[in-house]
Design a protein around this ligand. Structure first.
Ligand SMILES: [Fe+2]
Length: 188
């Protein structure tokens, strides 16, 4: 097991975004746009034979990321996030290890955001060292350890990222990973 991220064998390429993208929920700066799921029954029905969550996620959103994404190393309030990348934008997610006594502060981009991105704390790069990186393809899913410092590097020229995100708070990443079940004989 990788302690920063793990690929999850999930394909939802037959999904209909128009049935998923609901009302705006949270905008963070101009780059991070999070929407409620419009038709929860449709999404639950779509995934039920493909993935099962032993520990129920606290939230699920449809999210679009414009321009670069969050390039500042940070930790999120969520301890684990399952991202299903409808469009990955070829973005690279970098995970960092803390060196010594790192100072943290609320993510600075909050100042421009319309809504506080609660619990998101940013780091100084000098307090970190590179640990791991990953780059998802379209229609791939990854469970990310968002309680570890991470940053996103996306070229603005690449397509906007479009994702479904299942979030867990206060559950250890390892426990969420262990609880995810991919049924045999699932639709591909
Ligand atoms: Fe994050």
């Amino acid at each position: 097991m990788n302690q920063y991220y793990n690929k999850i064998d999930l394909n939802l390429s037959d999904l209909d975004i128009d049935r998923i993208k609901g009302d705006p929920w949270e905008f963070y700066g101009h780059t991070f746009l999070q929407y409620v799921i419009k038709d929860t029954n449709y999404l639950n029905d779509l995934i039920k034979d493909r993935i099962q969550f032993g520990i129920e996620p606290q939230a699920v959103f449809y999210t679009e990321i414009i321009d670069t994404g969050v390039m500042i190393p940070h930790v999120d309030l969520a301890t684990a996030v399952l991202n299903y990348y409808i469009e990955s934008g070829d973005a690279i997610t970098v995970f960092w290890e803390i060196v010594g006594q790192a100072q943290t502060r609320p993510l600075s981009s909050n100042r421009n955001g319309t809504v506080e991105h609660q619990g998101t704390m940013e780091f100084d790069i000098k307090d970190l060292r590179f640990a791991e990186k990953m780059c998802a393809q379209d229609h791939e899913a990854y469970l990310l350890n968002t309680g570890r410092p991470h940053s996103i590097n996306k070229k603005p020229s690449k397509p906007n990222r479009k994702m479904i995100r299942w979030l867990w708070h206060d559950v250890a990443y390892e426990d969420v990973l262990a609880s995810i079940h991919i049924p045999a004989g699932r639709p591909r």
